[in-house]
Write a protein that binds this ligand. Sequence first.
Ligand SMILES: Nc1ncnc2c1ncn2[C@@H]1O[C@H](COP(=O)(O)OP(=O)(O)O)[C@@H](O)[C@H]1O
Ligand SMILES: O=P(O)(O)O[C@H]1O[C@H](CO)[C@@H](O[C@H]2O[C@H](CO)[C@@H](O)[C@H](O)[C@H]2O)[C@H](O)[C@H]1O
Length: 477
Amino acid sequence: MSQAVTRSTTGPATAAGPGLLASLDPLLREWLPRQRWFAGKGRPVTGFSLVAATELLPLEGKLGLYHLLVRAHQPLAPVPGAGVEDGIPHPGDCYQLLIGVREALPPRLAPALIGHVHDGPLAGRTVYEALYDPRPAEVILEALRTQARIGGLRFVRRDEIRPDLVPRLMTAEQSNSSVVYGDTFILKLLRRVVPGTNPDLELPLALAREGCPRVPPPTAWVTAEAAETGAEEPYVLAVLQPFVQGATDGWELALRELAKGEDFSAEARALGRATAEVHTALARALPTVTLGHLQLQSLVEGMTARLEAAAQAVPALRPYAPALHSAYEALADLAAEGHTWTAQRVHGDLHLGQCLRAPAGDWSLIDFEGEPARPLAERRMAQPAVRDVAGMLRSFDYAAHSAGGPPALEWAAACRAAYCTGYAEAGGNDPRTDPVLLRACETDKAVYEVVYEARHRPDWLAVPLSAIRRLAGPGPA
Ligand SMILES: Nc1ncnc2c1ncn2[C@@H]1O[C@H](COP(=O)(O)OP(=O)(O)O)[C@@H](O)[C@H]1O
Ligand SMILES: O=P(O)(O)O[C@H]1O[C@H](CO)[C@@H](O[C@H]2O[C@H](CO)[C@@H](O)[C@H](O)[C@H]2O)[C@H](O)[C@H]1O
């Protein structure tokens, strides 16, 4: 692993050294695991190593600013897709940090505090999560606007960016961190980063080339060059895109309508159409493949392995596992009979919260990263488009269980039907004509959700478990 301490080519000279991380180490051990976006919850952090450090503002000023890529050592790996120790040695995940350094924090930045440094080059200073502070956020936007190269960081711009946009950090619960600039742009700073093409940049760029208006096109992005990090490929670190002004996300909207006892099927149908339009554009933009017997076998093996790992991690799932396996076996049987399916690039983690409705009524889809816990190569594989449909169908069910009171099952059924109708109207294959594949994909998604909730929101575990019971069907469980 490289201990790159980078030297700026067009930015300020760097004063960061390996001592920097050593002095931050005790503070990060305490602070990092508390962050919503920390992926290694439940496993101890035993240390850190520096992948790259870049000074963005020199320490001599009132405000110092460091960009760090830091590997958090957690010697045991998560069970694939489950996040629970199983003893497999693991080098640890790499996180992107933007660290502000001041003599003292003004009260408005109190929530951003990481801690007070006692040793090393930052001794006596206060370090904090710099995205809370407008000045560092402006530094990033200015670097994008001017296409700067600072150390190993490359700021790449595709479209014009107006100067002087005022930043504000989004405070929503997120897997990453986002800053909105003057209601014009939104910057997503990825937190757990891996080298290689990131689908959250790759797919919106491909859709922009296709002229698909359903996805905000990337305006600019940040990468860390491979030479600076010791990786084989650059890391994609952040993506700037147009901000959909006044938008409401589908989750919020669905809950609002549910609370009023209102039907949501017209919106669900429009969402189905939007999804089909995105799928059609993705199938035009990027290669599609036919899944024959062998490929189907490996798809089924993946689903089976995820179910097994999930049942190991979440005991409540165990009684249903045999019945759930039958959904995958039915798919394998169809494949053995010679059925084939088309696979293409998909969103990968589609749910109501990833759909934004502009005030004029148009729906946009965002966040093409895929399921965050899966390896990058898996997230970039061509898959049956029904995977995304299954994600949305699950989401209507989630909403029906989350509005308070008895689950609004009829409401969800109407949304699910309308969504499939809209999907077929806009040129997608009606998912209801392929019930075996749909059931397998819905099962796989519900299994993922069981693990996700057990890990992040145990209070919500009952929601996917109720779907698990439905999907398992009547039987000994
Ligand atoms: N282009 C956009 N316009 C308006 N709001 C957006 C846009 N992109 C994202 N958001 C808001 O930011 C939130 C987080 O974005 P998302 O890409 O889902 O990040 P994460 O991967 O961290 O979950 C979304 O739920 C949405 O509210
Ligand atoms: O939006 P993210 O990329 O962070 O996705 C993760 O978190 C989601 C929750 O915020 C989670 O979605 C699940 O809960 C939603 C309601 O909060 C529901 O609409 C989805 O259908 C359900 O899957 C998602 O699975 C996870 O990857």
